[in-house]
Write a protein that binds this ligand. Structure first.
Ligand code: F3S
Length: 65
């Protein structure tokens, strides 16, 4: 699984990097960023799902593979 964040949707709510700090970071203005290549280790899959479900702007996609 891989996380993808759409910068065009992100409004900087920050739930992604609060809920899944190993997968998401923030830029200088508080907008979310994907850390590294976005590949989700199996033990972080639940964090990834929680981040995606809690983004109010639906900016986060989970993609298989
Ligand atoms: Fe942006 Fe959503 Fe995270 S609005 S900062 S991607 S919770």
């Amino acid at each position: 699984m891989r996380v993808h964040l759409d910068p065009g949707r992100c409004q900087g709510h920050g739930r992604c990097y609060d809920l899944a700090p190993d997968l998401f970071g923030e830029d200088d203005e508080g907008f979310g960023t994907v850390l590294g290549d976005g590949i989700v280790p199996p033990d972080q899959a639940q964090d990834a799902r929680r981040a995606a479900a809690n983004c109010p702007e639906h900016a986060i996609d989970l993609r298989e593979g």
